[in-house]
Design a protein around this ligand. Sequence first.
Ligand code: DP6
Length: 343
Amino acid sequence: MPDVPLPRSVTARAGTNIALVKYWGKRDAALNLPATGSLSLTLADLGTETRVRFADDAGDASGRDSVMLNGAPADEKVAARVRRLLDLVRARANITLPAEIVSTNSIPTAAGLASSASGFAALTVAACRAAGLTLSPAALSELARRGSGSAARSIFGGFVEMARGERTDGSDAIAHGLLDAGAWDLRLIAAITAVGAKAIGSTEAMDRTARTSPYFAAWKDAVGLDLHAARAALATRDLAALGQVAERSALRMHACAMAAEPPVIYWNAATLAAMRAVTNLRASGVDAYFTIDAGPHVKVLCAPAAAATVETALRAVPGVMQTLVAAPGPGATITEEITEETS
Ligand code: DP6
């Protein structure tokens, strides 16, 4: 046990992120190392707040963590994933205390809006601090990746690149910031096209894709050029160029997944109709570009001045139930820290 009292209860907040160059496939499942790099935008407001409190009594932590998600006990699969991440934090901090986790999402959980990204980023930041660890953003990113690959990116704000890395221990499979949230003001409008959790989680779907899709090798080969083009578009603040990369990366990811056996098909009729609405907007002179993650929702990137027009167009699409507008946001941060003078 450390000599100084641990900050017993720490709350952290992280925004979710939307990949413009997608991560799809792993080079190592145990360490959760991505098969390719990826590039994303961290969002303000849509995210997760997580409180971590380690118990006062020492002991065997296995099976004794309590995990609350959105006001109810987390299901066993989620709780096990959280526990695995906590075990890594405990090992690093040399403690065996069980923890109490209370996590709240401001986005529909498991609806394809990447709540695991903000969830594991907030959990990593809060748990490390509560365990008395002081880690660099890069080290937090490496740890968050063990919870969920996309979470490694939510440690940072604004535009973020995740490296594939080359090392077998994963120490270089980490994210870094490319442009701060304030450096390029854009809007991301999410068109929600279904209720409830997605049919198949991204971890399982990308594993199936890597094992059975004949297009997986081609997908991996193309990501390097997409990353290069996206970085160049960021440097010159070229929305059309960035949007073009985002659309092709999403379409290639889904094409690759659809060719898996059995197929991974996330789209519904409204997904296609919303994509068409975006291309129609472009034809009428509105700069807007779509991307789609492991779910049926469509996320549209545009300038702030075009956001109202884009939102109106998406709301008019049959099957679009709701729209959410988000701006670029900061990286994961600690929002509250309570130190108790115990033990
Ligand atoms: C389609 O990060 O959820 O959103 O590492 O297995 O937890 P795991 O996968 P996850 O996958 C995200 C997939 C994606 C694309 C992306 O965010 O890059």
